[in-house]
Design a protein around this ligand. Structure first.
Ligand code: SGN
Ligand code: CA
Length: 519
């Protein structure tokens, strides 16, 4: 039934899908009079907004001049939040415009993407777009809806990665971010110039275990990174979920993460360059043998060097593709998006990884450039989501938006005209448990000021409420504070309302959590 949306030409979509029960509605855009805009979608993996200089991180961890160019020439969204802060589910939401409970992809453990679903690349392709995806896919089943796909199997590796090109295995040599960039450029060069295009350039970086390109080892000249104020969080003021997770820099980060053991995927020449950087520093570390908080501090510094080193190559990738668009005269008619599959902890609360409803994991970076439409240097504070991307891209192409999609086109916001009925609250739900990282399943509602969250499985029944205005680092649940009782009542009502509207089942299927049934 969904397939008819993807396969029929534009003009028959409304009628055909109206007939079979999946109607589409017109977007906010009239079909473009001239050439339909191209779309370049940069999607990195675990790239925290704290590690993009356009976000004015008070810690100023890194300069990202090329990514920043999108903010300077376009729009920076300051509250792009994800429905389920983990890789596969986030990718499934981007493609379908739906929550995990509607697209069936809940976790990275046992979910498989149903590629027969309606996705925005399929709809664009059916109406004449050339579509391609390069890099991380991570949805288990083969991509559908692309003229060309060249993906990493699973998480992929950083050096000399095996990849899969339209179903055939290929072995590459070199650094993964550069390879994905090169494949993207090659495809752009060889494309059919008579058609508009959708390019999804999906980096593996800066995912764990954070292996930078050899040219970026020492990129920071051994600078000392400022520590987040919550590096030594003891989780007091919050419940059991926050206490017994397994994602701390102190306990969970291992020797491979910390480059105390070299990666096995390097060839001998790569290994020499690797050792030349890490060995003397590791020797100094072993000699000084820091303990306790000093050891955590050392780990944090090593983590930031490696993570930010990965970001350098991603930023260069953006620079190379933007230059290509400039050189080819394509920049004017191309929508460029930079985002990541979720946020990430860079030591806040003592953590790395993501998954939580809390701000650093909930929020993705989102920068959009669309010359002639977006006023350069704009900033938008509204709650937007990667659930909105599919609808936005269809709208940009002048296509109708299937009503089954659960987000909303961002085109009016890109034009600087936020609709008065734009969302004021957002539903969040995380499932995967217990591995990896032992983050308890939870769901909740997010507004500009509050977060109400319920940890409900397998052995918890804990509500927490955070007031971001008074507690921006989310250190103290005020759920039990009588002063907040009216807020709790109101947010519980809103949570029920959102769950009904989004058709959230009372009980998720057991497999939503992973392989172990939860009670
Ligand atoms: C791997 C990582 C985890 C990470 C998940 C999911 N461990 O399991 O730290 O949370 O991927 O990441 S590792 O030792 O293999 O690096 S996600 O980006 O795919 O959601
Ligand atoms: Ca990710």
């Amino acid at each position: 039934m969904n397939r008819c949306l993807a396969n029929l030409p534009h003009l028959t979509i409304l009628m055909a899908c109206g007939l079979c029960g999946f109607p589409a509605v017109a977007g906010t855009q009239a079909p473009p009079a001239g050439r339909r805009p191209n779309i370049v979608f940069f999607f990195s993996d675990d790239h925290a907004y704290q590690a993009i200089s356009a976000y004015h991180d008070p810690r100023r961890l890194i300069e990202t001049p090329h990514i920043d160019r999108l903010a300077r020439e376009g729009l920076r969204f300051d509250r792009c939040i994800v429905p389920n802060s983990i890789c596969g589910p986030s990718r499934a939401s981007v493609l379908t415009g739906k929550y995990s409970h509607r697209n069936g992809f809940y976790n990275n453990t046992n979910s498989r993407f149903d590629g027969s679903q309606t996705t925005f690349p399929k709809l664009l392709r059916a109406t004449g777009y050339q579509t391609a995806i390069f890099g991380k896919w991570h949805l288990v089943t083969d991509p559908t809806g692309f003229d060309e796909w060249h993906i990493l199997p699973g998480q992929g590796v950083y050096y000399n990665p095996p990849m899969i090109h339209n179903g055939r295995p290929v072995q590459h040599q070199g650094y993964v971010t550069d390879i994905i960039t090169e494949l993207s450029l090659q495809w752009l060069r060889n494309r059919d110039k008579s058609k508009p295009f959708l390019l999804m350039c999906q980096h593996k970086a800066p995912h764990r275990e954070w292996l930078p390109a050899l040219r970026h080892l020492g990129h920071d000249h051994d600078r000392k990174y400022p520590e987040p104020p919550t590096l030594f969080d003891d989780y007091s003021g919050r419940g059991r979920a926050e206490h017994d997770q397994d994602m701390t820099i102190a306990q969970t980060m291992n020797a491979v993460d910390l480059k105390l053991t070299p990666p096995r995927i390097l060839n001998p020449e790569q290994r020499r360059a690797w050792d030349a950087y890490y060995e003397p520093r590791n020797a100094a570390f072993r000699a000084s043998a820091p303990q306790g908080q000093d050891l955590v501090r050392w780990k944090y510094q090593r983590y930031l060097h490696d993570y930010l080193g990965c970001v350098k190559a991603v930023d260069e990738s953006v620079g190379r593709l933007l230059k290509f668009l400039d050189d080819e005269g394509l920049a004017e008619n191309t929508l460029v998006v930079y985002t990541s599959d979720q946020g990430f902890y860079l030591g806040e609360h003592g953590w790395f990884d993501k998954r939580w409803i809390f701000e650093e994991s909930l929020r993705s970076p989102l920068l959009v450039r669309w010359p002639g439409v977006i006023k350069p240097g704009s900033v938008n504070p509204e709650i937007v989501s990667n659930l909105d991307f599919a609808e936005t891209f269809l709208d940009v192409a002048g296509l109708p938006i299937p009503t089954e999609m659960q987000g909303r086109s961002l085109v009016p916001l890109l034009k600087g005209q936020t609709p008065s009925d734009w969302r004021k609250s957002f539903y969040y739900q995380y499932f995967e448990y217990p591995t990896p990282h032992h983050v308890r399943p939870h769901h909740g509602v997010v507004t500009d000021r509050y977060k109400l969250v319920h940890f409900d499985r397998p052995d918890l029944d804990v509500w927490e409420l955070f007031d971001l205005r008074n507690d921006p680092h989310e250190l103290r649940s005020v759920y039990e504070d009588p002063m907040y009782a009216p807020v709790v009542t109101e947010l519980k009502r809103e949570l029920d309302h959102l769950r009904a509207e989004l058709k959230v089942p009372a009980e998720p299927p057991q497999e939503a959590y992973g392989n172990r049934p939860l009670k």
